[in-house]
Unconditional design. Sequence first.
Lengths: 318, 440, 394
Amino acid sequence: MNILNMPLSRRQAFKAMLGLGGTVASAMLPTTALASTEEHPAHPIAPADAVAMLYDSTLCTGCKACMPACNEANGLPADTLLSGGIWDMPTGLNAQTKNIIELYQDPNSDEFSYVKKQCMHCLDPACVTGCPFGSLKKVDFGAVTWNGSLCIGCRYCEVACPFEVPQFEWEARNPKIVKCEFCYDQRLKENLEPACTAACPTGAVIFGKRDALLDQAKGRIAAAPDKYYENRVYGEHEAGGTQVLYLSSVSFQKIGLPKLGSTSLGHYATKVTSVIYKWLGGPIMMAGVLGFAIRRNWNRHELERLDHEKKTGFPDQL
Amino acid sequence: MTPTPANPDERGTTLINHWQSGVPVTKGRVLTPFLAFLIVLAAIGLVLAGIRLVSPLGPFSAMNSAYAWGIWKTFNVMTLTALGSGPLALGMAAWVFNRQKLHVVMRTALVSGFLFYSTGLIALGFDVGRPWNFYNAVMPWRWNSESAMLEISICMPLYCAVFLSFEILPLFLERLYYTGNEKARAFLRHVSPRIRKVYPFVIIGAYVIPLMHQSSLGGLLLLAGDKINPLWQSPAMPWLYLVAAALCGFAFTIFLLLIVCLRYARPLDDSVLTELANLLSGVCFLFLAIRAIDLIWRGQLHRAFAFNEMSLLFLLETSLILVPAVVLQFRRFRETPRALLNMSALACVGGMLYRFIPTSIAYTPMRSTSYFPSVPELVMAVGYISLGIVAFVFAINYFAVLPGDASTWDHSFRPFGWKRRAPAPAAIPLLTVPALERGA
Amino acid sequence: MLGELIPSSTKLETIDERLRQCGISRRSFLVFCTSLMVAAPFGLALTDMASPEAVAAVLGKVVRPAVIWLHFQDCTGCTESLLQTSHPGFADLILNVISLEYHETLMAGSGLQARQALDEAVKRYAGKFILVVEGSIPTGAQGIYMKTGGRTAMEILNDVGGKAAAIIAIGSCASWGGIPSADPDPTGAVGVADLLPEHSIINIPGCPPNPYTMLGVVLQYATDGTFPETDDQRRPKFAFDRDIHEHCPRRAHFDAGNFVKVYGDAGHREGWCLYEMGCKGPDTHAGCSTRHFNEIPDVWPIGIGAPCIGCTEKAVAFKVPMFQVVQLHTIAAPPTSYAPITTTRGTISPLATGLVGLGVGVLATGGYVASRKFSKKEDDESAPGSKPDNKAGE
């Protein structure tokens, strides 16, 4: 009597499902806590030691002292491609430029503004959510740093970042992801402020605790109503909030800061999946349901197979 | 146009039952000029891939930091593995929903699916910038479980290397049984019941895992946020990517079967093809329903009819799926091979378009940028595809993959090597009754 | 480098006394002190004071230092630069602030008298005098390329240098070999520090250097016996810690991209940057860009439109071709152009586009041909070629 001819008892079916489910789950279950909605709240809360940079473009003179200061502090070469080897002249953030001053000029009027671009160190960074092995991580002070030993170079962070900050070293054989890290290794850990904020001669970009700088920014808005665009600070809520805050007299979109909602991308992306994959519940349930149906059909198939083999005399194809 | 007769016997069906089991192709040359051309393409692609491994990505491809993913990720992986979802779609239909007829074409779907996945994974392997850190994949404490990218990089290789390979194993064992010696056959009679015992459990994984990673391919794009046009960017993307995978799986299987039967002069089989066509039509409607509900729910329907570039693209993709869905509802077309071929081709292209567009054409970063694959990128992508086709042709020639008339096959296989003649069939012992009862 | 305090000698008077003796006006002395302060505004304790009067007050009480000045393979340019001031009578003043005991160019005597003067000065002030060396010392063929009074330069240096309190190597020649050491260097010319490495030596390279650098060092030593801070090449930091490029008056033109292309062109006349003409400013440590020569503004090479040749640097001067452009070492300050808010990245290769078009065309045609093979008629059985006698597809 072939075991497969016997109808499967309910208990046996149940055991089989649990067994398979357990096997599948333990094969795939990481020991760290799985995604949960608590990890990506709709409105992220800044960590207690969150630092920030406040950049007021109305104070920036475009001297670009922050650029060589950043290059020097981070050991990056100058991007002299366009200047024939003479000046550091990048056209945007790139593999040699973690921090750049860009200029917006309205072709039809006198309106212009400088803007400093670097990593925004979001409160709930999309790059951190997407990085498969946690190479990009939000560490103390809220700085988002990159760890070379965990990065596989998949460039998901470049796709995920709404500010298009991470720069992959396309020309290198050992490519890194290059982005501002608040000078974490070189200065922040020694309780020094980042090189760019230390170099700024006008105080256009300053460093401090996020809530203090937010208050200061709001104070500036209150003291000069209608000077700043929409009387608000960019980065207070954008993408859930960032640790680089902007004040500008021209529209934020004109200076290249994208229009973003107040929920983080991590929240949006994990809203549904976090429920389905919580403790791998979804897959296990699916495995159970499928297993039940498959087992039943398999038994039927096996019965027919034996008939077929008897008829043809050859083993059935699986 | 003749009206459909009421009496089924006077129907004049175009197709009859011809598929009973997988039958290898034993006539004709394997190495045709076309195949030789494909082998050369594949070799060039692989050589370039080797060079890519030791050179920086920048000069080799046209990718830049605004368009960080080139066609290897977006086409060879995200789009072609949809075509390679035949095992998932047909398998679920056959094993879960008990469409017994589909078992005979499972092998074709499996081989093509396996090859799409493996060439896609090869493409992925040569696309990452720091592959030496991939060992982190076997250290679960380093996994970032929120990342869809992690899910894909673990599940896809796992699926291909373990589950699909296991499902393909019977092909090799079968050939071994019929061409091997008595010792081999005894070994197989010993091993085969064990395989059969494990098989149902393996295929549970073989369907759960692709459900996970095909939807994660859609989930990848959720983090791209507003960079993807609102016509495509949606929380329903994982679902839609999954249904598109099923859609492409069915469509491509139909298309493939028709093409190879044309090429190798095999008769077609009415019941199987119409079954597949029915399923395809159903899945197309399901896809369109989810798409429509999603657009209406998110209030983006007006964009579909704005008749700008994106809207036209959307309408193209939708009609490419709608037309087969509607046409294949009619028995007359379901039973006409030509209509089947055209409709399945349309559905394939439509499904591929849906999966490809949000990664590239509808993906507009903030900085004004452009991306078009460079020549080496294209050559490598084509090389991988050629490799898959070449392997497929070898598979159907040397193993019993394509469905055919079992009565025409004497269970002989083409020998490996350059001999053109098919050998005289070996004396294959029939199964004895005790062997049958042992479950050999 | 710190020296020891010299006890005051009764033979040498203080500077104040000497100036009064010689009838040199206080005003001239104050002007001299001002020049000193301009030459060494910081990094030198002597001049790090509030006003020339303060410097004069301190300096006045200093005992005139005894200086023995030796010439070796030199052109006497360093001496000339010391004396070619724009203030008439200044030479006198300088020569009364220091006590120049032996100087071959300036002294009246010659021959045996000169030799005696040297020996006496060395004996009288042994261990207290400052030796100033001008010119490189030939070492080739046991040093026979230069002999004075029957002794080779090496011997003279050993003898006199051995008894000096400190040595100042003035000029590039004495600092590291200078022009005589240029390829093929037949004399084996070297600087003082190469022959007496253990001695306390201050190098003041330049061709010629600013004389106030030397004066500042000497007077500082005379004031409190200390030397200013030096770098790893023994050059005083107050004069050599920065390169020409850092403080060049034409820097704005560099930053704005205004470069001279050809001598005499419009840019040259406008005073544009000479970087592309081979100016070695970025590679050269010296103070010439702020302290010009002869106390006249713009009397220095770049000021008159000649690119700097890097005369203070051993690795640059008389070695790197004059018109060869140097590499910039520091992250250069960016020019007056800015990155735009959005940049176009990525290029589309027409060949690639063509290939894709070709591929799509081939696939579409193939699909069409295949579908044609399937008969449109309903009553045809199965696929074409499925009958055994049909050769299609074989």
